[in-house]
Ligand binder design. Structure first.
Ligand code: URA
Length: 245
């Protein structure tokens, strides 16, 4: 197909209604689950639901800026992690990225350097990106939590809730075409579910009109090499989905 035909098809596709687009994605074998509209995602309990959704924040924060957000994060004292952190880890990358990768929380290296995914898991993530013909400069990477939980324990519900508004503001500022939830905690938080990551991967979810795909966390892949084939399938699935947008 010529480049001209591709461009025309792209514009026709973008002009279609959301419903029609979803029908096309389904017809291409890409199953789409829409959050909040009768999907079989098991909701987490009401008291752990994030209070603010990305769309609300994008409407409310029209005058928000990266500088203001960075300051707010760096000065944050909303939870007790501020007493144990070396520094906050805001996130980094292309502020106009099409791809937004969201991980769990900073680890030891990230806490020391103030940057996301700089340890062993980060190196693997960079390799995973390379396999998708992406670089760290092409994407934006953020975490659910901006501070390291002590001894790398799982984030607590109240920490996730307190930190959520910062992530919502990042999503609203980047306006990505696709979100990749990196690992169980990110996927469960963003999809408001307690479902296992093995069940969540391999699907497209619409979260506030943005497609979201869950993939295995590189830390998990470092521990269980047998899952690498599935991880490669996840990356191909993400690329296929992005191309179809
Ligand atoms: N794991 C994450 O989820 N995020 C990081 O920034 C580092 C490791």
């Amino acid at each position: 197909m010529s480049a001209f035909c591709r461009i025309i098809l792209h514009f026709i596709f973008m002009a279609l209604s959301q419903t029609t687009r979803l029908t096309y994605l389904n017809a291409m074998g890409i199953s789409v689950w829409q959050s909040r509209s009768g999907s079989n995602i098991t909701p987490i309990e009401a008291d752990v639901m994030p209070s603010e959704s990305p769309i609300e924040s994008s409407q409310m924060l029209k005058s928000d800026s990266w500088a203001q957000l960075r300051t707010d994060v760096s000065e944050c004292k909303l939870c007790t992690l501020c007493t144990t952190r070396t520094q906050t880890v805001f996130g980094e990358g292309n502020v106009n990225a099409n791809w937004l990768f969201i991980g769990e929380a900073p680890g030891e290296n990230e806490d020391l350097q103030g940057k996301p995914f700089v340890g062993e898991a980060g190196k693997l993530l960079t390799e995973m990106l390379r396999a998708m013909s992406l670089t760290r400069e092409d994407i934006f990477i953020a975490n659910i939590l901006k501070c390291r939980p002590p001894k790398n324990r799982d984030p607590h519900i109240d920490e996730i809730q307190q930190c959520r508004a910062y992530l919502n503001r990042q999503i609203a500022l980047v306006q990505p075409k696709i979100i990749i939830a990196v690992g169980r905690i990110a996927a469960q938080t963003l999809l408001e579910t307690t479902e296992k990551i093995g069940k969540l991967r391999g699907q497209v979810y619409m979260v506030e009109n943005m497609p979201l795909i869950a993939i295995y966390h590189p830390s998990y892949l470092l521990r269980s090499l047998t899952e690498k084939r599935k991880a490669w399938q996840d990356l191909q699935f993400a690329m296929q989905t992005f191309k179809s947008l």
